[in-house]
Write a protein that binds this ligand. Structure first.
Ligand SMILES: NC(=O)c1ccc[n+]([C@@H]2O[C@H](COP(=O)([O-])OP(=O)(O)OC[C@H]3O[C@@H](n4cnc5c(N)ncnc54)[C@H](O)[C@@H]3O)[C@@H](O)[C@H]2O)c1
Length: 360
């Protein structure tokens, strides 16, 4: 395969601010088609990014024989359907997170992958952040050597804040009507928690995905206890991921920047990664480490590929895996665990809430 010929679906905010600037400039990728239900938006975005073919829907795009792979970013329900159809058409698929709003829908995507012959990568860009990679190498190294003692705790904290990092000013918008969205939620979830559940899932799936990866936990997770405010967003979940105790501290802070860090504690030191504002270009997580004992030291480390953008490295990873057949670092099968875990956190919380105990 010379260049990967990519078909992109959805010309909205994330496509314009993040993925099209990356996919259209990677040397081994050519964005050959754009599908967008809103025709004026489709035309204007295709012109801006030099994309030669424009389709109205992803169904038309999937019939194009010159497309090697598909990428999609859209409303959660729309993008899950697009990904499912593309997997059934046998394409490698890059989709924004979360892969689904329910476990049932996530499993449908995995089934489509198995039956259609496509393969799915879910775009969890934090796994491709150069600072996070460095933090993972440090954690893995200390776990292997035992130098800092046992890894006994991981703290994943995300209080949100400004997520665009100033990267939203040039997005094209039209006044065309937005395509209708069918509501989707787990069938056990009381109606009044639907909105907060979607908010919790769509923000904090990043943090459980990252924590599972840093600990090499895969599908080995348990929800121990959950204490959330009535907003269904602010609070603490205590988990065990790969046998390690993890707290997921969540909330919304009116911060001028993104307020998130992930810290792994050993008996004699720690490794901490502070994540940048989500869409901030060319800035990776800041990494610090502390080593106790004789000659105790505190260090701030900068990765070799430090001035880089996680979203660009993520796009490069997808294209490389399509070309070589290598497995995705954030596969659909792995990402389904995040949907399972978030559903389990919410189930646990609602079971404990006396007010909702009868509703669940
Ligand atoms: N990784 C991150 O940190 C991050 C940050 C923000 C948003 N996101 C994710 O991005 C997604 C939202 O993307 P957005 O804000 O660009 O959405 P958007 O609503 O701005 O754009 C989606 C576009 O897709 C089009 N569309 C929908 N279904 C279609 C179909 N079948 N065929 C063709 N076009 C179709 C719509 O008309 C719309 O223009 C969400 O999944 C969200 O979780 C990720």
């Amino acid at each position: 395969m010379q260049k990967v010929r990519l078909g992109y679906v959805g010309a909205g905010f994330v496509a314009q601010a993040v993925h099209l600037p990356n996919f259209t400039t990677l040397p081994d990728c050519e964005v050959v088609a754009l599908a967008e239900i809103r025709p004026q938006l489709a035309q204007r975005v295709a012109e801006r990014f030099g994309i030669p073919r424009v389709y109205r829907t992803h169904h038309e795009l999937l019939l194009d024989p010159d497309i090697d792979a598909v990428a999609v970013s859209a409303h959660f329900v729309h993008q899950a359907q697009v990904a499912e159809d593309a997997l059934r058409a046998g394409k490698p698929v890059f989709m924004e997170k979360p892969m689904a709003l329910t476990v049932a829908r996530a499993e449908r995507l995995l089934q489509a992958e198995r039956e259609g012959g496509g393969r799915l990568m879910v775009a969890y860009m934090k796994r491709y952040d150069a600072g996070i990679e460095l933090a993972k190498n440090l954690i893995d190294g200390y776990r292997q050597s035992g130098e800092l003692g046992r890894l006994f705790y991981l703290r994943a904290r995300c209080f949100t804040g400004n997520w665009t990092g100033g990267n939203s000013g040039t997005v094209i918008q039209t006044d065309e009507p937005y395509p209708p969205v069918t509501e989707e939620a787990p069938d056990w979830l009381p109606e009044r928690y639907r909105q907060s559940y979607v908010g919790y899932l769509q923000v904090f799936c990043h943090n459980v995905n990252l924590a599972r990866w840093l600990l090499g936990a895969g599908a080995d997770w348990q929800v121990i206890s959950v204490d959330l405010d009535e907003d269904g967003f602010t609070g603490v979940a205590v988990l065990r991921l790969g046998g390690v105790r993890v707290t997921l501290e969540t909330g919304a802070l009116s911060a001028h920047q993104w307020d998130e860090d992930t810290q792994a504690y050993f008996q004699r030191g720690w490794v901490k990664a502070t994540s940048p504002s989500l869409l901030l270009r060319n800035a990776c997580a800041e990494v610090e480490e502390y080593r106790a004992g004789e000659g105790a030291e505190y260090r701030r480390l900068f990765p070799q590929d430090g001035w880089s953008w996680s979203f660009q490295r993520e796009a490069q990873h997808f294209i490389q895996c399509v070309r070589t057949g290598e497995p995705f670092r954030s596969s659909g099968e792995d990402a389904a665990e995040d949907v399972r875990l978030i559903e389990a956190i919410y189930q646990r919380w609602l079971r404990k809430s006396p007010e909702s105990a009868t509703a669940v």
